[in-house]
Write a protein that binds this ligand. Structure first.
Ligand code: 5GP
Ligand code: MN
Length: 314
């Protein structure tokens, strides 16, 4: 269907991560090389550390007034995850949903959803191979970043032998490991260092140290100069604490709107199911949701749900 399409929009989820940015750009670049008219949209700006992947600024905020033969939603478990882009992609023949989230609602006309896949980047790689579209050096950089970030640098148990084979091929196609590692992993702004100070001095433990949680209030961002992008991955710092089984970060989006991030270290505790209780979703080991309510009531409900999941896991 993509081959037959002349106009294509590649759209990703709000607060895009490396998998979303890399997969969106890789597909958009491949479609452009095929001579298609391509729009590549994301409601939110690309985090600084991924900007080197998009020197030509292909990723733009969604705009009205377009018609598309195909719209491809990337790495998005539900149509709502596309945010403001939803109303700008209404004039389309076909909606294609490419994703790897267990909780995917299969909102497309064509749904290619594989929860076995550790990243959407692997799916896009397979699509390019199947279509025999060339994997250029810029595409290799995008796909390597997508795969590397969504596997926690090939550390998560979702990583399979095939993941390394694909990564190896991407390096042989020119993926610039030194550049990717430097931009994505080896540097962060001073504001993030200040935020990490906050993390280490304010995280809380409960339920016999099996639950670690942390609040990021608007005041914490203001004081440290950090933004929500700087907060990406701070949850890993409390997840790593040895007795912790479930980690949770509460982030104040608006006074009565809280984003929660959840991580589980136990196969018996599926945090995607916990997030779904609050209208969110994700993967068994990493999930999230946006919850309306006062901070205290949100915290009480979420911690209670985590305790219940831990208790029934034994
Ligand atoms: P993070 O904690 O990094 O924000 O997200 C972890 C995982 O949960 C990601 O796979 C992401 O797609 C999913 N996720 C995060 N926030 C939401 C949300 O509000 N809704 C849904 N459905 N999934 C989310
Ligand atoms: Mn992903």
């Amino acid at each position: 269907m993509l081959r037959q399409s002349e106009t294509v929009c590649v759209v990703g989820h709000t607060r895009p991560d490396g998998d979303c940015v890399g997969s969106q750009l890789a597909l958009a670049l491949a479609l452009k090389a095929e001579g298609k008219k391509v729009e590549c949209w994301n409601e939110d700006p690309i985090p600084q550390k991924y900007r080197f992947l998009d020197p030509d600024r292909l990723i733009q905020p969604p705009r009205h007034g377009f018609e598309f033969d195909s719209v491809v939603a990337i790495d998005s478990a539900s149509i709502e995850r596309l945010g403001a882009a939803q109303s700008c992609i209404a004039n389309r023949r076909l909606l294609i949903n490419i994703d790897h989230h267990e909780s995917n609602t299969r909102f497309g006309d064509i749904n290619w959803v594989s929860k076995r896949e550790p990243s959407t980047g692997e799916l896009v790689y397979k699509l390019l191979k199947a279509a025999r579209w060339q994997i250029t050096k810029p595409i290799a950089n995008c796909l390597f970043t997508a795969i590397s970030t969504d596997t926690g640098s090939f550390q998560y148990p979702t990583t399979r032998p095939g993941t390394y084979h694909i990564a190896a091929e991407l390096v042989s196609k020119g993926a610039d490991l030194a550049k990717i590692c430097d931009e994505v992993y080896q540097s962060y702004p001073l504001s993030r260092a200040r935020l990490l100070k906050h993390v280490y001095s304010h995280f809380k433990l409960t339920h016999n140290n099996q639950i670690a949680y942390l609040w990021l209030r608007k005041a914490d961002f203001a004081r440290t100069g950090a933004d929500t992008v700087d907060a990406e991955g701070v949850i890993d710092h409390i997840r790593a604490i040895e007795p912790v089984v479930v980690a949770c970060v509460f982030e104040e989006i608006e006074p009565d709107l809280i984003h929660i991030s959840l991580r589980s270290k136990s196969e018996k505790v599926n945090v995607s199911q916990i997030a779904e209780q609050f209208g969110g979703g994700g993967h068994p080991a990493a999930a999230g949701a946006q919850i309306k309510g006062t901070p205290l009531s949100v915290q009480r409900r979420v911690i209670a749900a985590i305790k219940k999941a831990l208790d029934s896991a034994g």
